[in-house]
Design a protein around this ligand. Structure first.
Ligand code: ATP
Ligand code: MG
Ligand code: MG
Ligand code: MG
Length: 438
């Protein structure tokens, strides 16, 4: 992509409404634009990051055995009356009426709808288990939308739903998502910590929030430092096999959110040096809730004994759009973003230090063509801006590598690669540089 044709509206000043660094940087780097309180347009650079995050989430859901589908954003109030949540949900739900005065809503989550879909298609234990997911926009009329995409009102979520015959099966589904989440966040350069979380009025002890430690996080969290060092399950993990040992290992260490925190147990179980009392960002939440929806909504399956019973369910959310902010919180410096390779909007920023100079243009064009040919996502700064401005904006948008080409270097037969993560620089011949970036 040539910068001269791209749409990258950078901001010079830090917008005063942005209180945390990820929000500031997303606005300054031209990734998002606010269109209403908690409602954002994803500009081209931000959209590329969002798509990369979404792709990783999808790959790991698929690997874990979940099946993708797509449900609508608009739902019927009727469905939510069946579960009893239409009145209970309160002001966070955006309620709408159509021209026929029918009550509708913009979905804040999809337990009711997926239960309705399930009960229409599945009748027998023989058709279980099922694990379905979609990646779709949600709307929650948050009291205080803030921190940019971290707490939006409209936001993108991956939500999965499991259906099993009994509790043992439901736990296996839960374990699949537990492991998938560890892998998903690790692939984005994040260390996620599964923490015991509140299950709400239904009871039971099976709910974990996946937390990224960050000073700007909205949750107070408590955990054992040793959790940060645990190995993340590999891509070769057998999701059809027994995942319980992985879950047992992770859950053997103390980790709890504020609501579940037990100060006495925290101090008893962890040596002082390993105690972490910090702030965190909730990027995922998994939940086993049994028959909470299947019972009132009569999503029943017949067992081997011929008797009907409500299906056992769980739900599993990932904050896809929130992750864009969370990743920046974890990877930035004073100059801007430092995107981990798997979620970077482009892999390389090609910087032409003297656009209009025939030799420099020519060298850049050749490098650009070579990188594009190899499928290396490249943003080519072919504009007439001064070098200082070009360096500053490349640092701001934070692509993993900068390939810097100027007349002085070319005289000596070299170009420069700068790695954004640590600022390491290397001079080498243009062909060698292109090869290195493939
Ligand atoms: P929070 O505690 O931050 O309000 P939640 O517990 O209400 O989140 P869930 O219902 O568990 O959210 O939804 C699943 C995931 O969706 C969350 O873990 C979070 O990553 C994401 N999410 C929830 N609300 C928002 C929001 N307002 N903006 C962006 N992402 C959100
Ligand atoms: Mg909430
Ligand atoms: Mg929460
Ligand atoms: Mg939650």
């Amino acid at each position: 992509m040539r910068l001269s044709r791209y749409f990258l509206p950078l901001l010079k000043e830090t917008p005063s409404e942005a209180q945390i660094v990820s929000h500031q940087l997303m606005l300054r780097a031209g990734m998002i634009r606010q269109e209403g309180a908690g409602i954002y347009a994803w500009l081209p650079l931000g959209f590329r990051v969002l798509k990369k995050i979404e792709r990783i989430v999808r790959e790991e859901q698929d690997r874990a055995g979940a099946v993708e589908m797509l449900m609508p954003t608009i739902q019927q109030a009727e469905l939510w009356r069946e579960s009893g949540r239409y009145d209970a949900y309160g002001k966070e739900m955006l309620r709408i009426k159509d021209r026929g005065e029918r009550e509708m809503l913009y979905g804040p989550t999809n337990e009711e709808m997926i239960t309705e879909i399930f009960r229409a298609g599945i009748r027998s234990y023989k058709d279980l288990p099922k694990l379905l997911y979609h990646i779709q926009w949600k709307f929650r009329d948050e009291i205080r939308p803030r921190f940019g995409v971290m707490r939006g009102r409209e936001f993108l979520m991956k939500d999965a739903y499991s259906f099993d015959f009994d509790e043992a099966g439901a736990r296996r589904s839960y374990n699949r998502m537990f492991v998938a989440y560890l892998r998903t966040f690790a692939r984005m350069g994040l260390t996620s910590i599964p923490m015991r979380a509140e299950t709400g009025p239904i009871g039971g002890d099976l709910s974990h929030e996946f937390i990224i430690l960050a000073d700007t996080g909205e949750s107070a969290v408590y955990c054992d430092r040793r959790l940060l060092e645990l190995p993340v399950p590999g891509a070769d993990t057998d999701f059809e096999g027994d995942l319980q040992p992985i879950i047992d290992r992770y859950t053997s260490y103390y980790a709890a959110t504020d609501e579940k925190h037990d100060a006495a147990a925290f101090e008893k179980q962890i040596a002082e040096a390993d105690r972490i009392a910090a702030r965190g960002i909730e990027v995922g939440h998994i939940f086993y809730f049994g028959t909470k929806y299947s019972e009132p909504m009569r999503a029943h399956v017949t067992g081997p004994d011929g008797k009907e019973r409500p299906v056992e369910m769980g739900s599993y959310g990932v904050g896809v759009s929130r992750l864009a902010g969370a990743i920046i919180e974890a990877h930035h410096d004073e100059a801007g973003c430092k995107w981990p390779v798997p979620v970077a909007p482009f892999h390389v920023g090609l910087v032409n230090l003297k656009a209009g100079d025939a030799g420099t243009d020519d060298a850049c064009e050749r490098l650009y063509a070579a990188l594009e040919r190899e499928g290396v996502e490249t943003l080519y700064d072919d504009t007439g801006a001064r070098p200082g401005e070009k360096f500053a904006r490349m640092d701001l948008i934070g692509l993993p590598y900068q390939l810097i080409v100027g007349p002085r270097g070319l005289e000596n037969g070299v170009v420069e690669i700068k790695r954004r993560a640590d600022g390491a620089r290397e001079e080498l011949a243009p062909e060698a540089a292109a090869e290195k970036l493939v």
